[in-house]
Each structure stands twice: as C-alpha cells, then as structure tokens.
Design a protein around this ligand. Structure first.
Ligand code: ZN
Length: 243
C-alpha cells in the first residue's frame, strides 16, 4: 500500500493543490493536523481533507480555530489568525474538525500531531526529546507534524537504544527496516526549514520505505490572498523564505 502523508496545511490552498498533483495516485491519504490557521483558505482546505483524506487528526491550530482550546498560549499573530479562521469556518467544517480523534492507530503506525505523549501541543524537535517519546506509542512507527520540519528520529535496536536525528533528503526513499522511528513529513502550507517548497511524504508499506518530497507552488497566490484577508504581514513574508 502507498500512502500520502501530509501535515500542517494551514489553510494554504495553492500548496495543498500542488502537493495533491505531485502525489499522483495513492491508496490512501493521512493528515497529521493543523489543516487551518495562518492561511487564507480554511474552508476549501477542510473540504478537500473531508473528501480526499481517509485518516485525519487535529492540531493545536484546528482546535483553537473552533474554540476547543483558547488562544492564550499562541503568539499574537497566530492567535489573531485563529480568531479570523473561527469567523470564516462553515458550521459543517468546524464540526468536522471538532469530531477528529487526537490520535489514530493504523497498523504499525501511530498518528499524532505533536507527540504521542501530548498530541496537541508537544514539539518533538531533537533526538534527546524524541528518546522519551518512544515509550509512548505501541507500534514500530509514529508519524508527527507540528514542528513544520521534515525529520526522522530513529531508535536503533542494536545500538543500545540510541536515538539518531536524521534530516531526510527529498526524493531519496529511506528504509523503515532499521529500528523504530518517529517521522515528520514537514509542512504542506508553512515550511520552516529554510526552504519554501511544500513538504510531504510518501509511505510505501510493501517496500518498507518512506520518501520525503518537496514541491514548488505559486507562493504569491497564497500571499495575495492573505493580503486581501488582512492576515499578518509576518506570516505573509515568511512563506517566501520557509522560516
Ligand atoms: Zn502547524
């Protein structure tokens, strides 16, 4: 089976469309949360997810944008974007986000937005941080988003449980056979690893491979929509640089 793994779309419709085109045909699509927040097109993005994604979990921006958590823990610009999104979302799209379970278990894969221990809020950024997380999911692999940085944390069975942080190379499939892993596909709609292209991953369970990918998309289209919507200048600028 081939799965498209997408995360942190953040209401960036142009980026999501570019990823879906690049992805081609897969057996299923999994989404790791933050469908909305920051970006100018929350309703179209949620609608695509409702129609095309088989498994979806919520992120902190999804919950804040439907009032399920407050915005006091967000910085000012992010909080304003969540409140703007709250006004935009249709009742049906808000209901969809409200009904998503915090984690999902799909065979050997646990899906959690932040971390398996604290799915909505916790960031898994470093090998030392990832180490404790390996006790918090039952199967071999955990798929996370939230940091917007493509990453593989690998716990090597034969190396006394040492955890390595690997920055995956785009378009170079990585074997899933060596140890347990926490894998982040990066962000579709707001990459933060210094590259502006949309990020996602393709999981091939028959071949036991995960391939991280990058796709260029018309960034100015999203930036113009953000200007029209009166969204944060900082968030508009950062899309062009991937920070
Ligand atoms: Zn996010």
């Amino acid at each position: 089976m081939r799965y498209g793994i997408i995360s942190d779309i953040h209401a960036n419709l142009a980026a999501l469309q570019a990823v879906l085109t690049d992805l081609g045909s897969v057996d299923a699509l999994w989404c790791l949360g933050d469908v909305v927040g920051y970006g100018p097109d929350p309703n179209p993005c949620v609608e695509i997810v409702r129609q095309q994604v088989q498994v979806c979990i919520p992120g902190n921006h999804d919950w804040a944008s439907i009032g399920k958590i407050g915005v006091k823990d967000f910085n000012d610009d992010a909080a304003r974007a969540c409140l703007w999104t709250q006004q935009q979302l249709s009742p049906a799209n808000a209901d969809f986000l409200a009904g998503l379970p915090q984690t999902r278990q799909e065979g050997d894969f646990t899906l959690a937005h932040g971390s398996p221990g604290n799915p909505i809020w916790e960031y898994v950024l470093s090998a030392s941080h990832a180490r404790a997380q390996f006790d918090r999911f039952p199967g071999r692999y955990c798929l996370v988003g939230h940091t917007h940085i493509p990453m593989i944390f690998q716990k090597e069975e034969e190396a006394k449980g040492r955890v390595r942080a690997i920055t995956p190379q785009a378009n170079h499939p990585f074997s899933l056979e060596k140890g347990r892993m926490i894998i982040n596909p990066g962000s579709v709609g707001q990459p933060r690893d210094g590259r502006p292209e949309a990020a996602y991953a393709i999981l091939d369970t028959d071949k036991a491979l995960i391939e991280h990918r990058r796709v260029a998309y018309p960034i100015e289209e999203t930036q113009n929509r953000m200007v029209q919507a009166g969204l944060s200048p900082k968030h508009i600028v950062r899309l062009g640089y991937g920070w």
